[in-house]
Design a protein around this ligand. Structure first.
Ligand code: ZN
Length: 211
């Protein structure tokens, strides 16, 4: 049942351990030094390693439904991970990576009757309220909420002491990104335009990158 994963692990081993590529050997020997910390959704279709075609050692990743960041609370998985990344490593950029067609956001909008899920996504109710105030159509409300939650999560990140310290010391910055699953576009919130703009339109793809 897990043959596809085992085959993938064999291919990864062949590429990274048995050929000329010495990246993993270097990372194991010297240690990791990722520049990014990505908060992503658990959605299987937009795994950051996949959509960024990232090499090993590129970033720390934290996953949560909807890439939702709840306000700081000591002892959570995210609080510990951020502290490790910012205080004990040299992460420079924290990225909140939301995406379109997000099941978590749909669960919020549809007011899913599941206390375990609703109690987690409920923190994003403000985003939904904002969306409802400017959109009528259900699809528009979902699309707007998906973007609003990214911004709300970005704000909530600032309540984490490790993040607040890093921002104050200008050691790190936060980016609000959205992956458009329909088009493959990567968007970033531009505060001056108060909207999301596409980042990867005129970037030349390099087919030779790590597979
Ligand atoms: Zn999602």
């Amino acid at each position: 049942m897990t043959n596809d994963l085992i085959t993938g692990a064999a291919e990864f081993k062949r590429y990274h351990y048995e050929g000329d590529n010495d990246l993993m050997a270097e990372l194991v020997k010297i240690g990791q030094n990722p520049k990014y910390f990505i908060v992503a959704c658990i959605d299987s279709r937009c795994n950051p390693s996949t959509i960024f075609r990232a090499k090993p050692g590129s970033f720390f990743a934290h996953k949560a439904m909807g890439a939702i960041v709840r306000p700081y609370k000591q002892g959570t998985a995210l609080a510990a991970a951020l502290q490790f990344a910012l205080d004990y490593n040299k992460v420079e950029t924290i990225i909140v990576l939301g995406h379109t067609n997000c099941g978590a956001i749909k669960a919020l909008v549809d007011e899913i009757d599941d206390p375990e899920i609703s109690s987690f996504v409920s923190v994003a109710k403000n985003a939904l309220t904002t969306a409802k105030s400017c959109c009528d159509d259900q699809d528009e409300i979902i699309a707007h909420t998906e973007k609003e939650i990214i911004l709300e999560s970005t704000e909530n990140l600032k309540s984490y002491p490790s993040v607040a310290r890093a921002l104050k010391d200008k050691r790190a910055n936060i980016k609000s990104w959205q992956y458009d699953m329909n088009t493959g576009d990567l968007l970033e919130y531009d505060a001056s335009k108060k909207s999301f703009v596409i980042l990867n339109n005129n970037v030349k793809a390099q087919d030779s990158r790590h597979k």
